[in-house]
Design a protein around this ligand. Structure first.
Ligand code: NDP
Length: 282
């Protein structure tokens, strides 16, 4: 359950997010450097969307990948739900490619469910594949019932991922979505893996459980959060950073191997819900 680039390079276990990046002239270069540092450290999976900064994040990615070997990268973008039908999707995808200065995407995602029927979106995604504009397609923010509906549509089982919110402080997907996807060998891309630097869950970063594990590994709380996700089979976290130092720290989280006792301690401090909860989104 890995993402593999066009030349067969498995994407590193940690990817790079880009929400809010590329929007500000004064930080553009620093953000570009951060993405490049990540690529060099093996974070070849880069996630973006036509939504982010109305294309500004895709433009930043296009700049950051100059000089990198395209076939080794695994570039992901997303289409707005209202563009995910026959009328707009081809133009949307071409615009993303133009901004990203490349001629194909490795993965194209439906950003969230809208009013375009799944069957139409799937048909268009398959058409994009045939035209060579994308290699694979997937979805985002779909819960298990939505996934079942998607799979019931013709070709719906060709979906390559579901990108959903998942971090130590938000574990609702472990109840039913994650097992359902695992049973079908579909990897999950975990967005907001750092709970947006802890903002989404008060007390997460500074919790005694996280701090203790961090101390034991001479790691940072951010690395512990990523290491927790990396310990879950079939999960690829995509942290975003605008600073190379943080990006490299995130890449190095792959070296932090949590013991069963540490996972149990984190589990106790931030248990997964024992019944169905609404899919968390931002
Ligand atoms: P994250 O959980 O990745 O948190 C980002 C924040 O963490 C930034 O403030 C960043 O600040 C900080 N940070 C990153 N690394 C470190 C570190 N090592 N130490 C301390 N702070 C750190 O939030 P996002 O919302 O950005 O989620 C990640 C990605 O997931 C997005 O960028 C996007 O690509 C995707 N996403 C997809 C969604 C969807 O609907 N499909 C929704 C939301 C996100 P700094 O820049 O200073 O490092």
């Amino acid at each position: 359950m890995k993402f593999v680039s066009a030349n067969g390079t498995p994407a590193g276990p940690v990817g790079q997010g880009t929400w809010y990046l590329g929007e500000n002239n004064s930080t553009f270069q620093r953000e570009k450097d951060a993405l490049r540092a990540g690529i060099q450290a093996g974070m070849t999976l880069i996630d973006t969307a036509e939504m982010y900064g109305s294309g500004a994040a895709e433009t930043l990615v296009g700049e950051a990948i100059q000089g990198a070997e395209r076939e080794k990268l695994f570039l992901v973008s997303k289409v707005y739900p209202y563009n995910a039908g026959r009328r707009n999707i081809f133009r949307s995808c071409e615009n993303s490619l133009r901004r990203m200065k490349c001629d194909y995407l490795d993965l194209y995602l439906l950003h969230w469910r809208g009013s375009v029927p799944f069957a139409e979106t799937v048909e268009c995604m398959e058409e994009l594949k045939r035209r060579g504009l994308i290699r694979q397609w997937g979805v985002s923010n779909l819960d298990r019932e939505d996934m079942k509906e998607l799979f019931a549509a013709p070709g719906g089982d060709g979906c390559a991922t579901d990108q959903v919110l998942y971090h130590l402080g938000s574990r609702g997907i472990e109840y039913d979505l994650l097992p359902w996807l695992r049973a079908r060998d579909i990897p999950v891309m975990a967005y907001c893996p750092l709970a947006q630097a802890g903002l989404l869950r008060r007390g997460l970063m500074g919790s005694p459980a996280v701090k203790q594990v961090a101390q034991a590994h001479q790691a940072t709380p951010s690395q512990v959060l990523l290491a927790f996700l990396l310990a879950q089979e079939g999960v690829v976290p995509i942290p975003r950073s605008s600073r190379a130092a943080h990006t490299l720290e995130n890449a190095a989280a792959a070296e932090v191997k949590l013991t069963a006792a540490e996972l149990a301690a984190l589990n106790k401090a931030f248990p997964a819900p024992r019944r169905k909860t609404m899919l968390d989104i931002v």
